[in-house]
Design a protein around this ligand. Structure first.
Ligand SMILES: *Cc1c(COP(=O)(O)O)cnc(C)c1O
Length: 362
């Protein structure tokens, strides 16, 4: 039984995108980022399909535990690290690899007893984003605490994160790179710096470990380039169905607040997706959907369970017919994000469990 709304996830496209990255950076390892439910695509399914990765990364402990309980055995890095003794113990029990970005997390190491040592741990250093990370001045001390801890086995990698990697040629990226090179000279250990945009635009940011998220899902991180321009294949297609078609007269209003008013006799379709599924309410009156490969407008406000679309220009259209919200040639998710005045990251992450996921292979 086909239930709508549905996100159709193409695992062959996902694997294609991973292999593109490997070709682009053959000397680097890949830590595939599958936080936030694999950017809305399903974390466990992404982990299985991305078995060609060298490691995985998630933001939080619970996301790592979910993957372990699903039988994923590769290294899983917790990008935000752990925040309590209990979390540290859980991380050890599930063999998850925390990032340490704050001295409070180093203190936890001294207060905690764990069953198995941690492996593949990372020190997050501050290079310019000023969100997470230990400053270069304090880095030496932090690195020693980690290296000397009996709770950690193996080398400590150094990680940092670009604040402006989607802005190609930005001076601030070069400044961050300089900082990480400075750290690399001090510690001679593995470095991880590059997210999607940096992987594609700054070869000198690759180092030993890449951290791609967005590009794996076939989405462009750049405003002026499509996924196809970058050799990527979109992974997700989001669709719903028309559940009602009706005619409204000139002057009649559609939806909450009556923000759309017919200037002529119009054919209105109601589609079973809304903000309660994670479809952005920002698309009210400005978004488009694709029906039979033709773009039509979202009219009126997005409701919790439904949107209305203008089918006036369409002849062969029926109740039950599929509507694509994004992910076909007419309507890439990047274009929908621009209409919603947001980024594609948010659109895909926002989809919740009311949206069924269907996995296909090509
Ligand atoms: C989310 C995240 C990534 C992946 O970023 P993309 O832009 O999706 O490639 C990499 N590193 C860190 C620290 C992150 O939080």
């Amino acid at each position: 039984m086909q239930t709508y709304p549905i996100a159709t996830i193409d695992l062959a496209a996902l694997k294609h995108n991973l292999s593109e990255l490997k070709q682009l950076a053959p000397n680097s390892n890949i830590m595939s980022v599958i936080k936030a439910n694999g950017y809305g695509h399903g974390a466990v399914e992404m982990a299985h399909a991305l078995e060609g990765s060298d490691a995985f990364a998630v933001a939080r402990l619970a996301e790592g535990v979910q993957l372990r309980e699903a039988g994923i055995s590769k290294a899983i890095v917790l990008l935000e690290g752990v925040h309590s003794v209990e979390e540290l113990q859980h991380a050890a029990q599930y063999q998850l690899s925390p990032v340490f970005h704050h001295f409070s997390q180093l203190e936890l190491l001294q207060q905690t007893q764990i069953s198995k040592p941690l492996q593949f741990c990372w020190l997050m250093i501050e290079t310019g984003m000023h969100r997470l990370g230990i400053s270069l001045d304090d880095c030496q001390h932090a690195f020693e605490v980690l290296s000397n801890s009996s709770l950690i086995e193996g080398d400590i990698g150094l990680m940092s994160h670009f604040a402006n990697s989607d802005s190609v040629g930005d001076e601030r990226n070069l400044q961050q790179l300089q900082q990480i090179h400075y750290a690399k000279n001090l510690y001679s250990t593995q470095i991880s710096m590059a997210n999607s945009a940096a992987i594609l635009s700054m070869a000198d940011s690759h180092f030993e470990w890449l951290r791609p998220g967005l590009v794996l899902y076939g989405i462009s991180p750049f405003d002026d380039k499509t996924a196809a321009d970058l050799g990527l294949k979109p992974v997700m297609k989001l669709s719903a169905q028309i559940v009602s078609i009706k005619e409204v007269k000139k002057g009649e209003q559609v939806g909450y607040g009556g923000e759309w008013q017919a200037t002529n006799v119009s054919k209105i379709g109601t589609v079973d997706i809304g903000y309660g599924d994670g479809y952005s309410r920002q698309l009210s009156n400005v978004g488009h959907v694709s029906v039979n490969g033709q773009k039509v407008a979202v009219i009126g406000r997005v409701s919790m369970d439904m949107i209305c679309i203008d089918l006036s220009t369409m002849e062969h259209v029926e109740v039950g017919q599929e509507v694509v919200l994004w992910g076909d040639d007419e309507l890439p998710v990047e274009a929908v994000a621009a209409q919603a005045n947001t980024i594609p990251y948010e659109l895909v992450c926002q989809l919740n469990e009311r949206v069924a996921r269907q996995y296909i292979n090509g």
